[in-house]
Design a protein around this ligand. Structure first.
Ligand code: BDP
Length: 687
């Protein structure tokens, strides 16, 4: 049990009564349609049902009692009760029991396939299937994984091995993993994948690599998944031999039109481009005095005839004195209304950079005329790499359910990005993938849960973290509630634990320089002010935290008055957000009743204790799962515990030099001197 099968394990159901019940209700399958997608549905149903029911499940010449029927509404014709598919759209499905048979249907083959996976999920999680009648359609149209994979197979911020794309052997050799990747994604509703790093290599757009990308697209297509590419803005110069990449230059525009035409000749359903421009050294339209809209629109015009889209990233900040928090808003808000219809601006969940906890990005709700996608980071660059068990849905939910008040109360981030607030039909969620060629895909067995959750939430963001953890655990490990319940509780607590032992009370970006491994709040040698932890925490003898009120950078002014209010004053600001917005005296009394210093110490300690509890839980319940993964998780939790202690000790030793107060009772003295922590070097940490 090496984790390769993810949540699609399909092992024999061990509950005898349930097995009997399922066997009675499932006698065979009947699939209409000959497309590659229906063939995939047929294969998945056959393998899964045979595995779970422990008997050979075959196609029947015609439906009978207990047949699982799958096909589009058109293909099923009279087999389907009338009028049952109005709400399922292009990708949704309906599952219903009628005359002792289960019908899985949709308006398209992809919809049927999604329904098949949903039905299998019901079985895998031991749900009753006797009388089903349910419909489901995705709430968000573009549900995408962004791979930060390089052509040499290294992965930017990847912690689970090398890239699963074996560029060298493509297109001739199609690794089985590509199909399994597609199956896994289809099962959770992901419908797009960006193959290459946003820090893009222009070679990705060259014929040799397009041929390779096309081979992957061919594998993914039956699973309803489209391929996208990150486009390097200067590609016309680097691979096109032009002197400029100026978006207003007719030759450049023509180059992109020709390039896009060429791409569609390889990949007829190519999804479009993801672009990181004028950000962290990447080229972009500003090199030529043009705006982000000019750049995005040039690409959008080239893609429009083929219905491709541009996902233009808003992750920009430059080397100025302006608070980095404010820069994306300042640059993008004035461009609202200037983007073509097939452009979405892709905004990170928060204004800085995928920190363990961030307030929602102030652009959400601030660009009503532009579709905004949200980008989360599944790969744990700032969340303990692939050694820390952190279940992210509570964090996703915190952001999605946050109220922007853009159109009054209830204008949540979720309603901004699903398009409903402003009536946009283009809507999207992207997750920076945490996948590599490690046998279990994500390095940490529990990293799979974040990939799983991204897809499930992109399909239906009303699902709670609890529901998602529940179904993931049952499919991935076991249905035994002696395992599921305590481990679910452990997952649900894990994110808050992380925030506590890394960046409690609103601290942010105090990780090791460059690689972001471990604590380095003292670091101040970065080439730019906003690459230094000291820039973000601002500790001094008076206190700690970044004043973003009117007396400071006034970043708060970027939020609507109602949204801003919760954070605006020391008094109103909940403790967990405090140091994001205020510079707070060490002896200030928080809502908890503790002084800031004491609360900081207690949170760090609570984080470590939280991980200790996770270790204890795992030790008690891992007997209910296979030894192989039980042992892996145990080892990883021990590393996490050690590193949580390191975070607590290093941060408290450092911040104490400013607070000049004793550690409160119950907080252990740091294991080493501050100098010891400062001298630790990790030149080869994954980057
Ligand atoms: C930061 C990463 C960097 C990425 C960048 C981005 O440190 O490696 O290239 O985000 O999102 O978090 O473009």
């Amino acid at each position: 049990e090496d984790g390769y099968r993810l949540w699609l394990r399909y092992d024999l159901i061990t509950d005898a009564a349930l097995l009997q019940d399922y066997r009675t209700h499932i006698s065979g399958i009947y699939i209409t349609g000959e497309s590659a997608t229906m063939a995939a549905a047929r294969r998945e149903l056959t393998t899964a049902l045979t595995g779970m029911l422990g008997k050979t499940i075959q196609e029947q010449p015609k439906p009978q009692g207990g047949t699982v029927i799958a096909g589009t509404a058109t293909a099923l014709g009279p087999l389907l009760p009338k009028g049952s598919l109005s709400a399922t759209g292009e990708e949704g499905f309906r599952i219903l029991t009628t005359a002792g048979r289960t019908i899985i249907t949709g308006n398209t083959d992809a919809g049927v396939l999604h329904g098949v996976f949903h039905f299998l999920r019901l079985l895998q999680t031991h749900q009753p299937i006797q009388t089903l009648d349910l419909s489901s359609a995705p709430g968000i149209r573009y549900r995408i994984l962004d791979h930060w994979d390089n052509l040499n197979r290294t992965i930017e911020r990847g912690y689970a091995g090398f890239s699963i794309w074996d560029w060298h052997k493509l297109p001739g050799y199609l690794d089985r993993r590509y199909t399994d990747y597609a199956r896994a994604n289809a099962s959770i509703g992901i419908n797009g994948t960006v193959l290459n790093n946003v820090n893009a290599n222009a070679l990705s757009l060259s014929p040799a690599y397009l041929e390779k990308a096309a081979a992957l697209a061919n594998v993914f297509r039956p699973y309803g998944i489209k391929v996208y590419l990150s486009a390097r803005f200067s590609a016309p110069i680097e691979t096109g031999g032009l002197k400029t990449a100026d978006p207003q230059d007719p030759q450049v525009q023509q180059w992109w039109k020709d390039k896009v035409k060429e791409i569609y000749s390889y990949i007829p359903d190519f999804g479009g481009f993801l672009v990181k421009a004028n950000s962290e050294g990447q080229p972009g339209p500003q090199n030529y005095g043009r705006s982000h809209a000019d750049g995005a629109n040039m690409l959008a015009d080239a893609l429009a005839p083929y219905k491709g889209i541009v996902m233009w990233r808003a992750f920009v900040y430059s080397n100025t004195n302006e608070d980095r928090f404010k820069q994306a808003y300042d640059e993008f808000k004035p461009l609202d209304g200037q983007f073509r219809d097939n452009v979405a601006v892709q905004v990170k969940n928060g204004p800085i950079d995928f920190q363990p906890r961030e307030p929602f990005h102030p652009l959400f709700g601030a660009m009503p005329r532009t579709p905004l996608m949200i980008e989360f980071q599944l790969t744990q660059e700032y969340q303990g790499f692939a050694t820390h068990l952190v279940y992210m849905p509570p964090q996703f939910r915190e952001v999605l359910m946050a109220d922007t008040y853009a159109k009054g109360k209830g204008s949540t981030v979720a309603k901004v990005i699903d398009g409903s607030l402003e009536g946009h039909s283009l809507s999207g969620i992207a997750g920076v993938a945490n996948i590599g060629n490690d046998r279990n895909w994500t390095g940490h067995p529990f990293g799979q849960a974040n990939w799983y959750a991204l897809g499930r939430l992109a399909w239906d963001y009303t699902l709670t973290p609890d529901q998602i953890a529940d179904e993931w655990l049952r499919q991935t490990f076991t249905n035994d509630t002696r395992f599921v319940n305590p481990v679910k509780a452990m997952m649900l607590a894990s994110h808050e634990n992380l925030v506590n032992y890394m960046t409690p009370l609103g601290l942010h970006h105090i990780m090791g320089y460059g690689h972001h491994y471990g604590p380095a709040p003292w670091f101040d040698k970065g080439a730019r002010a906003d690459w230094n932890p000291v820039y973000f925490h601002r500790a001094d003898s008076a206190g700690i935290g970044f004043d973003r009120t009117a007396t400071g950078s006034n970043a708060l002014a970027q939020y609507t008055p109602e949204a801003r209010r919760q954070w605006a004053t020391l008094d109103s600001c909940p403790d967990i957000w405090l140091l994001w917005f205020h510079h707070v005296p060490w002896n200030y009394t928080l809502h908890s009743g503790n002084t800031l210093w004491n609360e900081l110490c207690k949170r760090y300690e609570a984080g470590v204790q939280g991980v200790q509890t996770m270790c204890n839980t795992w030790d008690k319940v891992s007997q209910f799962v296979d030894e192989e993964r039980a042992e892996q998780v145990k080892m990883l939790l021990q590393i996490q515990l050690t590193e949580a202690g390191w975070w607590r000790d290093a941060c408290l030793a450092y911040f104490q030099t400013f607070a000049k107060m004793p550690l409160p009772a119950g907080i252990p003295a740091p294991a080493h001197t501050l100098e010891y922590y400062k001298e630790l070097q990790f030149p080869l940490a994954p980057h």
